[in-house]
Design a protein around this ligand. Structure first.
Ligand SMILES: [Zn+2]
Length: 276
């Protein structure tokens, strides 16, 4: 079968386990529901992350791979691939200097290996992060570079930068209204979003697999689901075409233009959903 005959596929490049849920869980669930094949490629196993979980015989990376595989299964992901790089950790830490770290790899070499992995697929979009990796983590910035290189290598018609809406986040209760210019993306730069209760519920179910990453201040008995919905209920994208495409094609049903967004566009939140 030639790649043109296969179902349209969306390729998601992620830095670490749990990024697939936090940044694109609703989008993965919706894409799968629409019959788009979804492929997730991780740069690292998240082995430099923090955890307060009891790991037993496992390394943190092993634990997080298991959590990610379960989350991807919940989200209907068709295929998961793992690149052999180490987690770079936060900027300024020792792990960032590791020559094997994802952020220290040549993005075009990483992209060539990703392109080879998916050569038989019919990729209609490559999803990465905005140019600051949404918050500056070296591996997330690398995802931005790699996604662009992969799209070029595959001649994919669309690159989608997953990100947050800076103005919306700054306006949330508990925020001080300050716009951090290196965090997320300006609303003016956003082009499309994915929102909706059904996809949010799928996201919450999937993120519940990432038990090693539950924040210490998360109250499992009384979860702040409304706060989660406000922060993560809408998934934002900056769509651009490296080869001049103007029609989103199979992505038209997946992505909604920014102009249609209102803060309550995600239907009334159903608090029967649960996060562990
Ligand atoms: Zn990450």
């Amino acid at each position: 079968m030639s790649s043109d005959e296969k179902s349209p596929a969306v390729l998601f490049i992620h830095a670490h386990p749990d990024d697939e849920c936090i940044l694109t869980g609703a989008t993965l669930a919706k894409a799968s529901h629409l019959g788009l094949a979804t492929i997730v490629v991780y740069g690292t196993k998240g082995d430099a992350g923090e955890t307060s979980a009891e790991l037993g015989d496992q390394t943190l990376g092993q634990r997080r791979v298991g959590e990610a595989m379960a989350a991807c299964a919940d989200l209907g992901v068709a295929r998961v691939e793992w690149l052999p790089y180490a987690d770079s950790g936060m900027a300024g830490t020792d792990t960032t200097d590791n020559p094997e770290a994802f952020s220290n790899a040549d993005p075009s070499i990483v992209a060539d290996s990703v392109a080879e992995l998916v050569a038989a697929e019919h990729i209609v979009a490559v999803v990465g992060y905005d140019d600051n990796g949404t918050y500056g983590h070296p591996d997330h910035v690398q995802v931005h570079r790699v996604a662009n290189e992969v799209a070029k290598a595959l001649n994919a018609p669309w690159v989608l930068d997953a990100t947050y809406n800076r103005e919306h986040l700054a306006s949330l209760p508990g925020g001080d209204g300050t716009l951090d210019p290196v965090f997320a993306a300006a609303e003016a730069d956003l082009t499309h979003f994915v929102a909706g209760e059904k996809w949010l519920k799928a996201k919450i179910t999937a993120v519940s697999n990432h038990l090693s990453q539950v924040p210490d201040d998360w109250d499992a008995d009384n979860p702040d689901l409304e706060g989660f919905r406000e922060r993560f209920g809408t998934e934002w994208f900056i769509a651009r075409s490296p080869n001049g495409a103007t029609d989103l094609g199979p992505l038209n049903d997946l992505l909604t233009p920014k102009a249609l967004w209102t803060e309550r566009v995600a239907e009334e939140f159903d608090s029967s959903a649960s996060i562990t």
